[in-house]
Design a protein around this ligand. Structure first.
Ligand SMILES: NC(=O)c1ccc[n+]([C@@H]2O[C@H](COP(=O)([O-])OP(=O)(O)OC[C@H]3O[C@@H](n4cnc5c(N)ncnc54)[C@H](OP(=O)(O)O)[C@@H]3O)[C@@H](O)[C@H]2O)c1
Length: 252
């Protein structure tokens, strides 16, 4: 059987390299999008690149323009191949509070959340079969960039402690589990919006989570400062069966 060819954007980021690693392990060939060679805003160059590479699935993880999202989704629809996008829990504001259902109104007020809403809409307009995943804060022992474990190290360095709210139940998951779910959704030719949150059922607070991460990853230097300054049940509910719970990776 021919190997699948996955086009993965955003390989310079945190999550896409993990996706590439797992895809390679499943005998898939990974193609990246080198933005120095092909400017995503150059419509002709982008289309030529897509037609030349002819991927079997597109995983769009880069944080590029809204119209790039739409064009990639359209190309996937025309070729009848899976299109997978990583949106975010941040499409929901903390008011009204969660847990957030898939069909809840998206209430983001900040720039990033509104940008991701616009990306979701551009994709949906061009490709009703697209797979739009909303993911929470990612956890990984090694990946630099936007990764909870690395951020907590930085907070300790910067503040002399790790502030952790007892009133925040974050949407979050280990990168390994997120990327496995992305690949499963593509293989299953799913379509629609999916909430990939390993905290959806257990509902651990951020304070509980930070304590468990400290123990698991032996961050002896961390001084945990519990507080109640931020309140949000941010859990993304509705597709919990796609993700293992946090307790499968962490001792609480
Ligand atoms: N990490 C998290 O905790 C988290 C949580 C929720 C949602 N997400 C979403 O998951 C996806 C991957 O996350 P990540 O943490 O790996 O993101 P990231 O580290 O911010 O990387 C995103 C990648 O997007 C590309 N990019 C950035 N600016 C761009 C621009 N102006 N035009 C085109 N491409 C641009 C870059 O890739 P290249 O240089 O390789 O092109 C960059 O490495 C993102 O869509 C993010 O919004 C992540």
């Amino acid at each position: 059987m021919a190997r699948s060819r996955f086009l993965i954007t955003g390989l310079g980021g945190s999550l896409a390299p993990r996706l590439a690693q797992v895809a390679n392990g499943q005998a898939c060939d990974v193609l990246g999008w080198n933005r120095q060679e092909v400017d995503p805003q150059d419509l002709i160059a982008s289309q030529t690149f897509l037609e030349k590479t002819r991927p079997d699935a597109i995983f769009h993880l880069a944080n590029g323009s809204v119209d790039w999202c739409g064009r990639l989704a359209k190309f996937a629809a025309e070729c009848a191949i899976p299109f997978v996008y990583t949106s975010t829990a941040m499409v929901f504001n903390h008011e009204p509070n969660g847990p957030h259902q898939i069909d809840d109104e998206r209430t983001a007020r900040d720039e990033y959340g509104q940008y991701k809403i616009a990306c979701e809409d551009a994709i949906r307009a061009e490709n009703p079969a697209a797979i739009i995943t909303r993911i929470g804060w990612q956890i990984d022992p090694e990946q630099a960039g936007n990764n909870m474990l690395m951020a907590l190290n930085q907070w300790q360095e910067r503040d002399g402690n790790v502030g952790a709210s007892r009133l925040w139940r974050p949407a979050c998951s280990f990168m390994q589990d997120t990327v496995a779910a992305l690949i499963t959704l593509a293989h299953n030719q799913a379509s629609g919006v999916f909430h990939l949150d390993s905290n959806a059922i257990e509902g651990r607070t951020f304070a509980e989570l930070v304590a468990a991460l400290k123990k698991q990853f032996t961050r002896e230097k961390w001084i945990i400062r519990e507080h109640e300054d931020y309140q949000h049940d941010q859990r993304l509910v509705g597709s919990a069966e796609l993700m293992p719970p946090l307790s499968s990776r962490l001792g609480f």
